[in-house]
Design a binder for this molecule. Structure first.
Ligand code: ADP
Length: 550
């Protein structure tokens, strides 16, 4: 029987409202900076709950959002799950056919959509039978722009006139509360459902000092989009802590981020490495006071050493975190562990650069090619299998994927990792990105980190290209800074790799490009490059004979 003791999101909202009525929520919207308190937030969330009930939403229904990070989106984070419905955050950067697929797969009833994203949603929804189940669109503003869609209301009218109290139902912790699709860099997107308990557990894990350690004194700005695994759970954990929220709104530029940090006194911010590359560049060329920052959470892909050093030199702690959509999403964080205080700079950086220590509540093992667990020696590697209360047990309506990706209660992550004696996990590669050359493995991640450490390199990625003799050979794709000597750069980069790695790791070519293609979650899209460069024979230096592994 569900009772008042189940693990659900509602008490987090209750606590913030009762104990931190005056803490602020700040939001950059298309109309400028808007701000209010937890008191108003709770009132508006109750109004939203009443409005959705009036619109016919019931327990178990799915309600979608197609939005950037702002206060109205935050209201849906509590308004939808606490009435027993399911918050489905759609990534608006996905191609139309993926949006159509997931709206139908999830059976969304209402879609909340940003004014700036309305044309994109219209494009996907027009003449698409997949949208037949959607009864209403709510635009996140106080007016409705011109649109071809039917049944469109603006958010302020939608909630207006509804009671600011709601008789919140007592929910079971097993009630689905959220939903997110992995971006589907391979094949169709896969849906992951988050129960009340998974989101509750994730909030508690990340609140601990071994997680993200959020205090009520913190000012938290998630730059990671709220459509990407609940902005790593930060809207929930920040509320649970009673901290101040800062939402950077639609497509924030590095300047917008710097201004928000300075004006709102942001102490914790979070996002993928590409966001920080932009901010670092901005801060190098502009005067902005970011001294309030205490922690930058970097995840989604590996944080390069140069980035970690840049922030640490400013006295800002980098929390390098690893996670997955399937895990709600945070799994590990690179904190310095008790007993490691005496490490020298190189030893310290070795730990900081890893994906870190598993947060409390999770268990894992690393399974080698032979099906046996690999030892914790920092050298051997295998696939990471993981289980715990925040880890999904299945994909939504995808028996084919379930068979492959789950075993004995573990999620098989598809990440190839090593673990050192201290328990620090290092991602060697994603299983599908590892380059297999002459029967040996080359880590694309390590090569990328080496290339990106060069001062004149803005971005770099390495893929394996099919090769007649060696199966695959690494080819590097590099975005150089402007105005540099390109030929010299190529030589320097190859020399850098030669210095650090066996000869056969040295890429057969370094191709200079203008931009690395990105996925809908801002990661390097290697699939696009693989499709474009399908043959190693088209590259400059064919593999030297003595460059093959022994
Ligand atoms: P997708 O990128 O497929 O849409 P996710 O957003 O769930 O899906 O990405 C999860 C994957 O991102 C992980 O399995 C891992 O490969 C990669 N990843 C996440 N954080 C890190 C990190 N800090 N370093 C390296 N890789 C990471």
């Amino acid at each position: 029987m569900p009772g008042g003791t189940d693990q659900t999101l509602r008490p987090f909202l209750w606590r913030a409202e009762k104990m931190y009525p005056d803490r602020e929520i700040v939001s950059r919207t298309n109309r400028g900076i808007e701000r209010y308190t937890y008191t108003e937030f709770a009132d508006r969330t109750a109004q939203l709950a009443n409005a959705m009930t009036a619109a016919g939403i019931e327990e178990g229904d799915r309600v979608a959002t197609f939005c950037w990070n702002h206060h109205r989106h935050f209201e849906t984070y509590f308004g939808i799950p606490t009435i027993g419905a399911q918050l489905h955050t759609i990534n608006p950067l996905l191609p139309d056919e993926h949006v159509q697929y997931i709206v139908e797969n999830a059976d969304d009833q209402i879609i909340f959509v940003d004014p700036s994203l309305l044309p994109k949603l219209e494009g996907a929804a027009t003449d698409a039978p997949e949208f037949d189940g959607v009864s209403e669109y709510v635009v996140m503003d106080s007016e409705v722009p011109d649109t071809d869609l039917d049944n469109v209301t603006d958010y302020e009218s939608f909630i207006d006139g509804h009671d600011a109290d709601f008789d919140w139902p007592v929910l079971s912790e097993d009630q689905p509360a959220g939903m997110c699709y992995t971006s589907g860099t391979t094949g169709k997107p896969k849906g992951v459902e988050y129960t009340q308990k998974m989101l509750w557990a994730h909030t508690m894990m990340t609140l601990t000092p071994q997680g993200l350690g959020i205090h009520d004194t913190d000012v938290v700005m998630p730059v990671v989009p709220m459509f990407h695994v609940n902005a790593w759970g930060l809207p929930f954990s920040t509320t649970a802590a009673g901290a101040k929220h800062v939402y950077p709104g639609p497509s924030p530029s590095p300047e917008d981020l710097a201004n928000l940090i300075e004006e709102e006194g942001v102490t914790i911010t979070a996002g993928v490495p590409t966001v920080w590359l932009g901010l670092m560049d901005y801060l190098k060329n502009n005067d902005a006071d970011v001294s309030s920052l205490e922690q930058v959470i970097i995840g989604g892909s590996a944080a390069p050493e140069a980035m970690i050093r840049y922030f640490e030199d400013k006295g800002i702690e980098v929390l390098h975190a690893w996670g997955m959509t399937e895990m709600s999403p945070i799994g590990s964080v690179a904190h310095m562990k008790a007993g490691l205080e005496g490490l020298d700079d190189a030893g310290y950086m070795e730990k900081r650069k890893t994906q870190g220590l598993m947060v409390p509540g999770l268990e894992f093992k690393i399974v080698g090619d032979d099906g046996e667990e690999v030892p914790w020696n920092g050298e051997d590697f295998g696939e990471l299998w993981i289980r715990g209360p925040t880890v999904t047990q299945e994909y939504y309506k995808r028996p084919d994927a379930n068979e492959e990706d789950f075993e004995d209660g573990y999620l098989k992550t598809g990440d190839v990792v090593s673990i050192d004696e201290d328990g620090y996990m290092k991602i060697v590669d994603r299983a599908k990105d590892v380059i297999k050359s002459g029967g040996e493995w080359i880590s694309s991640v390590e090569l990328e980190n080496t290339l990106m450490a060069h001062d004149d390199v803005a971005e770099a990625t390495v893929i394996g290209v099919p090769h007649e003799r060696w199966q695959e050979r690494p080819i590097a794709f590099v975005v150089p800074d402007e105005g540099i000597d390109e030929a010299a750069l190529k030589d320097e980069l190859l020399a850098l790799v030669k210095d650090e790695y066996p000869k056969w790791w040295v890429p057969d070519d370094v191709v200079l490009i203008k931009e690395v293609p990105k996925t809908a979650t801002g990661k390097f899209d290697k699939k696009v490059l693989r499709d474009q460069y399908a043959d190693a024979s088209m590259f400059e230096g064919s593999t030297p004979e003595d460059a093959a592994p022994e």
